[in-house]
Design a protein around this ligand. Structure first.
Ligand SMILES: Nc1ncnc2c1ncn2[C@@H]1O[C@H](COP(=O)(O)OP(=O)(O)OP(=O)(O)O)[C@@H](O)[C@H]1O
Ligand SMILES: [Mg+2]
Length: 394
């Protein structure tokens, strides 16, 4: 009988020192499986397919057409837009049939310096001892033709930009599709702002998801006028529409419409398997708010009480900050998809985003002060003077 002794060894996958039996190549089952996946990956001629959606896809023919045309030319195609507008879903549909796709989900990456590692892991590229992960990635992808999807980059945009700068130079056959609430701002980036669903498509999505929640429900079940009103009030945001449709098991559409001001309280039953920020509409918008700096948050909250489409002057009055500072902050909020600019000095906010801002304003006990500043501006109450400095923090 062969005698097997324990001795110091290193794992063939992760290189960690491990005291295991002499003939064991891996320190754990996880590492053994990882090695198997890497071998299988190397033997395949195509990359892992993008994640498949399990539910139906609605509309977006026009957007897909434009994206296919733009994607043929752009090295980096970034789908931007507000929380839950459908950027990730559109990227899935866009890349579903491509032969060589590497899909990297970044929502769960908590620190930007983990971005290269997340890419390597998603692509099945093993790390090499003593070599920076980015270098390994470039070496593995150089000479390959691949569409790399970086999904949900919002919170790590700077790190994604840094990664791409190196990767795209070193890997001429790699093209990138990114989804992010904010542009990556890298050379060669083409931006596509994903619009909300038009009312008819939003109603279709609502009906589909409501039927899934209640088998046997007829499409004609919902009052079309109320449904149209609800979809419009929910800004045509697919995430909000899906969350609302789930409530039809307890409330008729007319009641949902009547209670749409309470949407942040009501729309809170996401798919169990969805990311935490898609469990509720509040969490989806909060994800963006939490990543703003203190001044951006202040402006974001203050705008919640400025009615309708508004100009710079009233925004300046509402915020109580110098005009040039407010302009810079408005521009930052536009870039982060929390505000829309008409390009002619006018701005609009989605209703759900505005309601979220009101909640935060009340939480900060600033509602009265902002109301007074906005009312003063509308009453032509003379020149505005800067208010006390903005408090930092949430
Ligand atoms: N055209 C569509 N047809 C069907 N479902 C859709 C469509 N667009 C989006 N959805 C669904 O709406 C939800 C939100 O979409 P998605 O995750 O793509 O939003 P997002 O813009 O990427 O959000 P985030 O800003 O948080 O990353 C998902 O459940 C998605 O499947
Ligand atoms: Mg997304």
């Amino acid at each position: 009988m062969r005698v097997v002794t324990d001795e110091a060894a290193t794992c063939a996958t992760c290189g960690a020192a491990t005291t295991r039996r002499r003939h064991a190549r891996y320190c754990s089952n996880a590492c053994r499986q990882r090695a198997y996946r890497q071998r299988a990956y190397r033997q395949r001629s195509t990359r892992p397919a993008p994640p498949k959606a399990l539910d139906s896809f609605v509309g977006r023919d026009e957007e897909l057409h434009r994206l296919v045309v733009a994607g043929d030319r752009a090295r980096v195609l970034t789908l931007t837009g507000p929380p839950g507008v459908g950027k990730t879903r559109l990227a899935k549909e866009l890349t579903a049939e491509l032969p060589e796709v590497g899909w990297v989900g970044l929502a769960s990456v908590s620190s930007g310096d983990q971005v290269p590692r997340a890419c390597a892991m998603a692509l099945g590229i093993g790390e090499v001892d003593g070599e920076p992960v980015l270098g390994t990635l470039v070496r593995a992808l150089a000479g390959r033709a691949l569409v790399l999807v970086l999904d949900d980059c919002d919170h790590v945009v700077r790190h994604c930009a840094a990664l791409l700068e190196t990767l795209l130079l070193g890997c001429p056959g790699v093209r990138v599709v990114a989804t992010s609430r904010e542009p990556l701002r890298v050379p060669g980036e083409v931006l596509f702002a994903v619009p909300p669903l038009p009312a008819a498509r939003a109603a279709e999505l609502f009906t589909d998801r409501a039927q899934a929640a209640q088998l046997g429900l007829r499409p004609s079940h919902h009052d079309p006028e109320a449904l149209n009103g609800l979809c419009t009030r929910l800004d045509g945001l697919p995430l909000a529409i899906e969350l609302a449709a789930r409530l039809t098991t307890v409330l008729p559409v007319s009641e949902l419409l009547a209670r749409s001001d309470d949407r942040l309280e009501l729309l809170n039953r996401g798919n169990r398997t969805a990311a935490a920020r898609h469990q509720s509409l509040r969490a989806a918008i909060g994800w963006s708010y939490d990543h703003l700096d203190a001044d951006e948050r202040h402006v974001f909250r203050s705008l919640a009480l400025v009615p309708g489409g508004f100009g710079v002057d009233v925004a300046v009055a509402a915020c109580g900050l110098p005009a040039d500072r407010v302009l810079a902050l408005l521009s930052a909020l536009v870039s982060k998809s929390l505000l829309t600019s008409s390009g002619a000095g006018r701005f609009t906010q989605l209703e759900s985003v505005r309601l979220y801002g009101r909640e935060r304003l009340a939480e900060h006990r600033e509602t009265d002060a902002v109301t007074a500043r906005v009312a003063g501006w509308f009453a032509g109450a003379g020149p505005w003077r800067p208010a006390a400095p903005v408090r930092s923090g949430r």
